[in-house]
Write a protein that binds this ligand. Structure first.
Ligand code: ZN
Length: 195
């Protein structure tokens, strides 16, 4: 999910804000944009939890920070897998890094209508109704099962990323009018070679 406060020309976070691994050591994946088939099909469950998967999740965090997002799902880097990373602090707090492998919503409560964006649909935003609180059951990069509760932006990020793993984009939650408007604009951008 895209951070609502960012713009395309905002400076990248300083290296001191992401102390775990120097970004130079990480692979920065290009983000797949709307129109790619991988974004609209469900991902395959993660079955193998090994060093390669841990590396992938760290590369996903690095790619997400580079794109100034607060969430990134594997289909957004072209991998049809049920894994996503979330950090609503943008790398400022290492403890806020959350890996969601095979996540599912076990409880949802309340409703919040807020503007939302997506790294795969750059430049477009829309109001989406999401639960105010959600409890997610998932596995971490080591395969350990855990439950985590999120509120407001974190709940929204969890739901947005789980949607990605099911092949659903936030566009599908918008009114038909708004969705068609965005799709038309993207079509035009594509014709101009800008998408
Ligand atoms: Zn997204």
């Amino acid at each position: 999910m895209r951070d609502k406060s960012t713009s395309s020309d905002a400076p990248a976070p300083a290296a001191t804000e992401t102390p775990q691994v120097p970004s130079a050591a990480r692979k920065i994946y290009p983000i797949v944009k709307y129109g790619a088939a991988v974004l609209e099909k469900p991902g395959a469950p993660i079955k193998k939890f090994d060093a390669e998967l841990e590396q992938l999740t760290e590369d996903m965090f690095a790619s997400m920070y580079a794109a100034q997002g607060v969430g990134l799902a594997a289909p957004q880097i072209g991998l049809s897998l049920r894994i996503a990373v979330v950090d609503v602090t943008g790398g400022k707090n290492p403890e806020a890094k959350i890996v969601l492998a095979n996540p599912e919503v076990v409880h949802a409560e309340g409703e919040v209508r807020e503007e939302e964006g997506c790294l795969s649909v750059p430049g477009f935003r829309g109001y989406v109704l999401r639960p105010q609180f959600v409890t997610i059951k998932a596995q971490n990069a080591k395969g350990e099962t855990f439950e985590i509760r999120g509120e407001n932006l974190l709940a929204r990020a969890f739901c947005h990323e789980i949607d990605h793993l099911n092949g659903i984009l936030f566009l599908q939650h918008l009114s038909m009018l708004k969705r068609d408007l965005i799709k038309r604009k993207i079509k035009k951008l594509r014709k101009q070679g800008e998408w």
